[in-house]
Design a protein around this ligand. Sequence first.
Ligand SMILES: [Ca+2]
Length: 185
Amino acid sequence: MFLTSCSEDLHSGSFLDSGCWVWIFFMGCLPTKHVGHSPRSLDPREAVALAAETSFTVNEVEALYDLFRKLSNSIIKDGLIHKEEFQLALFRNKKKNLFFDRVFDLFDQKRNGVIEFGEFVRSLSVFHPDTPEEQKVAFAFRLYDLRQTGFIERHELKEMVLALLDESDLNITSDAVEMIVDRLC
Ligand SMILES: [Ca+2]
C-alpha cells in the first residue's frame, strides 16, 4: 500500500517523492538473515527504546542494525556511517549532489558529520507508513528549506528540482525547469 502511495506521490510531484525513494532503497537492502550472536550485536535495551520511539518493531530495529553495520563498515570500519559510505549506499558511483547532501544532513541529526545507529533508525522511521503525516511533512520541509530560514524560497525549490533532475539523469531545458518551479510555488 505504501508503495502505491509513493507511486501516486511521484506522479503528483509531492515533496515526499524523494523520501519514498530513500525508503524503498533502505528497505530493499534489509538483510533477510539476522546476523545473530555477534558481540557487536545491538543492545536489546537500545532496540526496545528505539522501537518505542519510532514506528518500527523491535524485530525491525534489529534488522536495521544489521543493515547499519554493513553500511557503516563499508569504507571506514568504525561503526558510523560517514558521508562517503552513505553516498556509496545510495548513489553508487554517481557524483554527489544537493539532494544527497540534504538527505545526509537530515539523517545526521547531531550534525557531527557521521550517522549513528539511533539517527539512522529515527530518520528512516519518518518514511514508515505508520508514521504520522505531520512528521513526514516536517522532514520534507526541512529537506527543501536549504538555508533553514523557516521558509522554502523559490530559489531553494529550484535548486532542489535541478538536483533531483540531475539525479534522474533527465535533460530538461531551463524554461521547463522554471515552469515546474512555477507550478510548485
Ligand atoms: Ca564507517
